[in-house]
Ligand binder design. Structure first.
Ligand code: NAI
Length: 297
């Protein structure tokens, strides 16, 4: 089926956490009308305040002109009901990484937006095809996978589900380029490109740690200073948050039918149980708020 797809003008964002907030910022800065919604009372308005603070900083550093600042502020709106997303040409979801929750959201959006609206998921690890299945028009569903922090990380994966219409992915490529990002077209395979390649980086580093070959600090230092990565694997886990990365590891492992190469680590599982998630909780592998490091094994 060939889908009739609108050119993106107004963008709805569902989920105003770290990712939704970043996507809202870059889209509003690029001139799109952005409607930001979160199911948690006040989450979207808090996100909007944080975005405004970023723009203030950019204004004071002359990274935005006064006119660009005013325009960006005017482009961003917080909405209190999903019904208000009815006029959007593109809705990007950045909610919790759970297949059933994302599927339920898209089914709900089916009843709100027009048939020409694109539905995009920012999932890190779930099947875009599975999220699209059960929606009214699976051809209009695609992956749009930004990285954290969105304004700084320029790559974005545009993911074709099995039934995604090429016109939808092309619009998402164009949208990403307009926000100043670098879109890369990816197939809908577990972890897409970046998180598939990342298994070698993160999962293997956890194995090296578990086998007592080296400490997490040593591994980070070597990957930064000898291998040239900006962040070592444990610094990256702390930045992303284990509540996000551990389920990603599990999802990729299961989608590859328990392929041993991708087996998640008991180290991260235990830390998730303890709530030692990384920067967001003040301590992860490293300490961010004067707390002591939590021993790694
Ligand atoms: P987060 O936990 O910071 O934010 C999620 C937000 O979604 C919360 O404010 C929550 O209230 C809201 N939410 C949950 N269910 C909702 C619903 N049904 N309707 C509306 N709002 C809802 O999560 P984060 O880190 O922003 O991640 C969001 C998504 O982006 C996940 O799918 C994650 O896998 C993906 N992602 C995360 C990255 C990261 O480094 N944190 C990187 C790339 C993708």
């Amino acid at each position: 089926m060939k889908t009739s797809i609108a050119v993106v003008g107004a963008v709805g964002i569902v989920g105003a956490g770290a990712m939704g907030r970043g996507i809202a910022q870059i889209a509003a800065q690029a001139g799109f009308t952005v409607l930001l919604f979160d199911v948690q009372a006040d989450a979207a308005s808090k996100a909007s305040q944080l975005i405004a603070e970023q723009w203030q900083k950019m204004l004071s550093k002359e990274k935005l002109s006064a006119e660009q600042y005013q325009r960006a502020v005017g482009n961003l709106q917080v909405v209190n009901s999903m019904q208000e997303l009815a006029k959007c040409d593109l809705v990007v979801e950045a909610i919790v990484e759970k297949l059933e929750v994302k599927r339920a959201l898209f089914q709900q959006l089916d009843g709100i937006v027009s048939d020409t609206c694109i539905l995009a998921t920012n999932t890190s690890s779930l099947s875009v095809t599975a999220i699209a299945a059960g929606t009214k028009i699976p051809e209009r569903v695609a992956g749009l996978h930004f990285f954290n922090p969105v304004p700084l990380m320029k790559v974005v994966e545009v993911i074709d589900g099995l039934l995604t219409d090429a016109a939808v992915s092309e619009q998402l490529m164009a949208f990403s380029t307009q926000t100043g990002h670098l879109p890369v077209r990816a197939k809908d395979t577990p972890g897409f490109i970046v998180n598939h390649a990342g298994r070698g980086y993160g999962t293997e580093a956890l194995r090296i740690l578990q086998e007592n070959v080296a400490s997490f600090r040593q591994i980070d230092q070597i990957m930064r200073e000898a291998a040239g990565f900006k962040l070592g694997p444990f610094e990256l886990l702390d930045l992303t948050g284990l509540d996000v990365s551990h389920p990603v590891m599990e999802a990729i492992y299961h989608q590859y039918y328990e392929e041993p190469r991708y087996r998640p680590s008991v180290i991260t599982a235990q830390r998730v149980h303890a709530g030692v998630l990384g920067r967001k909780t003040g301590r992860g592998f490293y300490s961010y708020s004067g707390n002591l490091d939590v021993p790694a094994v």
